[in-house]
Structures are given as C-alpha cells and as structure tokens.
Design a protein around this ligand. Structure first.
Ligand SMILES: N[C@@H](CCC(=O)N[C@@H](CS)C(=O)NCC(=O)O)C(=O)O
Length: 244
C-alpha cells in the first residue's frame, strides 16, 4: 500500500471518538481507494465543521438536503475538489481505472433497493441512538438537534428496549434472508454480488455493515449472520483494514 506521505488524495471523512471511519457513505469511497491502492490521507471532520471547511475550498453546495457533506476529496495532482460519493466514485474510476470497479449493477441496484425497503427503519432505530454515543460532545449536540428536529422523537425514544428490538429484527428476518440469498446469485463465480470481482455495490453494502460495526458490534451481527451479507463482507476484509 502506498504510504500516507505521498498522498494524491485528501479524503474528508466524518470524525468519531473511536478515531476510525464509520460513515457508511465514506466507507464506499475508502473501500474503492483501498482496493485500487490509491495513496490518500484522511482528514476527520466533526459534524459542525463539515460545512465551513468544504465551503472554504470553494465547493458548490448540494442543491437539496444538507448543503455540505462528506465524503469529499481533494485530488492533489489536478487540484480538484469533489463532493458527493457518486461523483467521487466516477472520478476515481476514470482517473484510476485499474483495477476496475464497475459502478453499475442491475442486480446490485435491486439488492440495495430491497435491503433499504426491508431494513432501513429497523436499522435506523438500532443505530442512530447508538451513533450519538461515539460522537464528541459538540458533534453529538449537532447530530442530536438535527435528527430530533427531522424525526420528532428523542434519539433515546427511537431505541426500543432489548426484547422489542429483537422482535423488530425478527419481523424482517425472512425478507432479509431472501435479500442475502440474492447476494449469492453468482456464487458459482465468486463471493461478490456480480461474482468474481467487487463492484461499487459491494462496497455500498459493506460500507453500511462496517458503519454498524463501528457503532455497535451487536447491530453488525444482526446483519452479518445472513448468508450473502457475510460472504460479501468477508470478501472485502482486506480493504477494510485501513480505517484511519
Ligand atoms: N449524497 C451524499 C450524502 C453524504 C452524507 O449524507 N454524508 C453525511 C455523513 S454520513 C454528512 O456529511 N452529513 C452532514 C450533516 O449532517 O451536516 C453522498 O453520497 O456523498
């Protein structure tokens, strides 16, 4: 792996008190950087510092939603700043085409859409109230007020008591199993969604799992126990090693 000193890319990441990457969206890009062995260094930003930092670079805000988000990158050789994971992924694929990371997958899109439809709420309720516990005080305050304003209940109210949380996961069990099985469609060719080689969709699914893992090992295990989820996660293990 190329050293941090010769970085061609500065990756703007989301800080947590564990000092490692945990944002699911940043993980997609990290997995791509690690897989392609691109030399990069990461700068961790606390939630309230994302906007002022990225604005200062002259990056145009998003038209909708939060104006500034991570991941963002500075590509040093071309002096380009890019925000938004799809734009960053497309840039990396064009600039560093080997090894290739296919950005499109019809099968993968179906798996991701189904996974969101099945588990988004249960996963959110398990993760969001725990996420606040790994943020530094200023970031935790920002996160809490933004999320509570958007959702209504307090973060603590979102987290069900243990038996209710088990029930909520049990209610999506069958559908999650079928979703995981779909990830094994090309198992004869290899462990990834499209078979032998990873694509962006594998990195998106594994990024979500790694986010869960950093926040709470127990929530991660609720995903990892499904066949398909487990194989893809394990097959990406090498590119999950660098987290800082
Ligand atoms: N569409 C963006 C979404 C990225 C995103 O939502 N990032 C979160 C961190 S996981 C963020 O930066 N939030 C800023 C905030 O909440 O103010 C992408 O794909 O890059």
């Amino acid at each position: 792996m190329a050293s941090h000193n010769q970085a061609e890319i500065v990756l703007y990441d989301l800080a947590c008190t564990k000092g490692v990457c945990f944002s699911p969206v940043v993980w997609r890009i990290r997995l791509m950087l690690n897989y392609k062995k691109i030399a990069y260094k990461a700068v961790f930003l606390e939630f309230p510092d994302i906007e002022p930092t990225l604005k200062e670079f002259g990056i145009a805000p998003h038209a909708q939603g939060n104006a500034y988000t991570v991941p963002a990158i500075h590509h040093i050789p071309s002096n380009k700043y890019i925000m938004d994971s799809p734009a960053i992924a497309a840039f990396l694929e064009q600039t560093y085409p080997n090894p290739p990371v296919p950005l499109e997958s019809e099968l993968g899109d179906k798996i991701r859409a189904d996974s969101r439809a099945i588990a988004a709420i249960v996963l959110r309720n398990s993760l969001m109230p725990r996420e606040v516990r790994i943020l530094a005080p200023r970031a935790a305050e920002y996160f809490r007020s933004a999320r509570e304003a958007a959702l209504g209940p307090s973060l603590e109210e979102l987290l069900p008591p243990p038996e209710k949380e088990d029930e909520a996961w049990a209610a999506v069990e069958e559908k999650m199993r079928a979703n995981g099985e779909m990830m094994r469609t090309r198992k004869a060719e290899g462990p990834f969604i499209e078979g032998a080689k990873p694509g962006y969709v594998d990195f998106a699914m594994v990024g979500n799992m790694q986010c869960a893992r950093v926040i709470d090992e127990g929530v991660f295990r609720r995903l990892y126990r499904f066949e398909g989820y487990r194989e893809v996660y394990d097959a990406c293990g090498e590119w999950l090693e660098r987290k800082d």
